[in-house]
Design a protein around this ligand. Structure first.
Ligand code: FAD
Length: 317
């Protein structure tokens, strides 16, 4: 059976859910091989979880060179593995870094690339959301191996243990790949809330929230259901919420199980970032707001009445 490389993403010593989804997708295509790229010791911390979640092989690329520089050394490591192992496909998370790695890898190895897939079948046919989410297409790489980036929260994780056989991979990073050194890391976080692009639930506020202080209403509801907080561009441009939480064409693309839009009209540029969400709930006082066209559930009402009541109800249970 053909081997499928999965680029592992982890945070605080734990696998990100997106990696479990990639392993599930890889299992549908062939035999998943997890590629762990990081500082010495990184692989040990992740090996048990990778094995439990389906990795037949674990390629450990442990080197300070690959962690101290921007994406180029990771691309070189993956390109080396592609050349040595001849996998059928490489699966990478559709994050900002993931897409950059995938694009560079495709150019470097001369293989086809499909980005922003929301599904991938056993024949390697990817479903992609394109033209700002307005159109869904099915695509397949016809020559070479497939390099596919999959949007977090798109695949339902099914756990099937693998053999987890570890192989250490020695990588020599070229001087060319060391041109952009990482000098500092700043975590963009919403405190204890989940990271926006990976969150299973998101509560977003728009211009209708009215002020930065009023976003406390959105945050309280998000916290009651364990959600991340998002915002429309109008809310961000008005200074209600920081830019890193903007959802949409010029913000983050999200695909959670639940997306709650409060005081958001549903402009095409906002939809572009959230319309592949599984269940969409809109709260808007204007019954004609376009957001209701794509909502599974809608509440016509003042968000300052509706959202606190929802928060209280959730807290009772
Ligand atoms: P509005 O359109 O002003 O809607 C506010 C809504 O709140 C209204 O529907 C109103 O009925 C409702 N409301 C008001 N008060 C209440 C209340 N008390 N209770 C309930 N409902 C209430 N937008 C994005 O979001 N993300 C992007 O990435 C993005 N990129 C863009 C890129 C380009 C090139 C351009 C041109 C635009 C982009 N936009 C983006 C902007 C987009 O076109 C809209 O202007 C923006 O999404 C509107 O935000 P909004 O829905 O919060 O505000």
């Amino acid at each position: 059976m053909s081997e499928v490389l999965v680029l592992v993403e982890a945070a605080d010593g734990a696998l990100k859910k997106a990696t479990l989804e990639l392993l599930t997708a890889a299992r549908g295509l062939g035999e998943p091989s997890a590629v762990v790229i990081g500082a010495a010791g990184t692989t040990d911390a992740l090996a048990a979880a990778l094995t439990e979640n389906g990795a037949e092989k674990i390629y450990a690329v442990e080197s300070d060179d690959v962690v101290n520089y921007s994406v180029a050394p990771k691309v070189e490591a993956l390109a080396q593995l592609v050349s040595e192992k001849s996998p059928a496909a490489v699966l990478i998370g559709s994050t900002t870094e993931g897409k950059e790695i995938a694009g560079r890898l495709a150019v470097k190895t001369g293989n086809g690339l499909l980005t922003d897939a929301v599904d991938l079948d056993g024949e390697g046919v990817a479903t992609q959301s394109i033209f700002a989410g307005g159109v869904s297409v099915k695509s397949k790489v016809k020559t070479g191996l497939s390099i596919v980036t999959l949007r977090p929260n798109s695949i339902t994780v099914s756990t099937q243990a693998g053999a987890g056989a570890r192989e250490d991979i020695a990588v020599t990073v070229s001087d060319n790949a060391k041109k952009a050194q990482i000098v500092d890391r700043v975590t963009e976080s919403g405190g204890s809330r989940p990271e926006l692009t990976e969150a299973g639930k998101i509560v977003s506020g728009g211009r209708g929230v009215g002020s930065a202080d009023n976003f406390a209403v959105i945050e309280a509801f998000a916290d009651s259901i364990g959600a991340a907080v998002g915002a429309s561009r109008a809310a961000v441009d008005s200074g209600f919420y920081p830019h890193q939480f903007q959802v949409g064409q010029t913000g983050k693309t999200v695909s959670p199980q639940l997306y709650v839009a409060a005081g958001i009209s549903g402009a095409i540029q906002h939809r572009a970032g959230m319309q592949t969400s599984k269940t969409i709930v809109a709260i808007n006082k204007d019954a004609e707001a376009p957001i209701f066209e794509l909502s599974d559930f809608g509440v016509v009402g003042d968000l300052f009445n509706v959202v606190p009541q929802a928060t209280e109800e959730v807290k009772k249970h």
